[in-house]
Write a protein that binds this ligand. Structure first.
Ligand code: SF4
Length: 255
């Protein structure tokens, strides 16, 4: 019998649904995946954009972004962090170009001087239908009707609709909408994914049906995790994606 984690995050629920064994490695056994080019790219871009939106609106220009990116690069010692990565994906200059392109694409999605964010990297820790959840919301703002719009920056490619359903794509943000409703009594009208690499926005109107589906997924996943812990058995979901899984060398399905 294993002990379930004290809380779940929207991304860990996604991990369990992708592969229960992978969830066990990370959330039950506590094994850490090392940073990758993609995770460093996402963290660096998020950090710069968070600082950009902390500036006064008229300071949020493309020139200021360039200076800010340089400052944040030094403050986070990103030179050493990227230098330590496997060079398969490129050199430091490639990383900087990719990161800066993502940041500049923000202007294809919105004019930062006219966006008033109410929260960034907002921590939410709350129970939804008895399931303790914790996570950080990238950003949210208030629309003209007084309702919340939750946004999430993505630095990877837009997922192929053949392999990722709309419910899966927006699950994390709909979970944040449920969490905000529980913690701050805020109703969310829309959730949006800001794909910075491609400079496109995917959004969806939040409806009671969509929230009910997300809530059902949360409860069903928590029950499945508890049952797997009771049995001490987590299923391996073997797919082509196993070739990109850090845990493959120790995965029982690949021995
Ligand atoms: S290698 Fe495949 S089956 Fe094993 S943990 Fe990773 S994703 Fe799951």
């Amino acid at each position: 019998m294993l002990t379930p984690p004290a809380y779940l995050s929207p991304s860990s629920i996604g991990t369990y649904r992708d592969c229960p064994q992978k969830f066990k490695f990370s959330r039950i056994d506590g094994l850490k995946e090392p940073p990758t080019w993609a995770t460093h790219l996402g963290t660096f871009v998020h950090d710069v954009l968070e600082h950009l939106y902390q500036l006064e609106p008229d300071e949020r220009t493309s020139d200021v972004l360039r200076t800010l990116a340089g400052d944040r690069w030094k403050a986070g010692d990103w030179e050493s962090a990227v230098e330590a990565l496997d060079k398969k994906q490129g050199e430091i200059k490639d990383f900087k170009i990719q990161a800066f392109n993502c940041m500049q694409n923000l202007w294809r999605l919105e004019d930062p001087q006219h966006v008033d964010l109410m929260g960034m990297e907002h921590e939410v820790n709350v129970a939804v239908e008895g399931v303790q959840l914790r996570g950080f919301i990238d950003r949210f703002l208030i629309d003209d009707t007084g309702a919340v719009v939750i946004g999430d920056y993505k630095t990877g490619k837009v997922p192929n609709p053949r392999f990722t359903s709309e419910d899966t794509k927006f699950f994390q943000l709909l979970t944040y909408a449920l969490m905000l409703r529980e913690s701050d009594q805020e109703e969310t009208s829309r959730v949006e994914l800001l794909y910075l690499k491609d400079g496109v926005r995917h959004d969806v109107t939040v409806t009671p049906v969509k929230l009910a589906i997300a809530q059902g997924t949360i409860v069903e996943t928590k029950e499945a995790i508890d049952a797997a812990c009771d049995r001490g058995e987590f299923e391996c979901n073997v797919t082509k994606l196993c070739d990109w899984c850090f845990f493959k060398p120790q995965c029982p399905a690949h021995q």
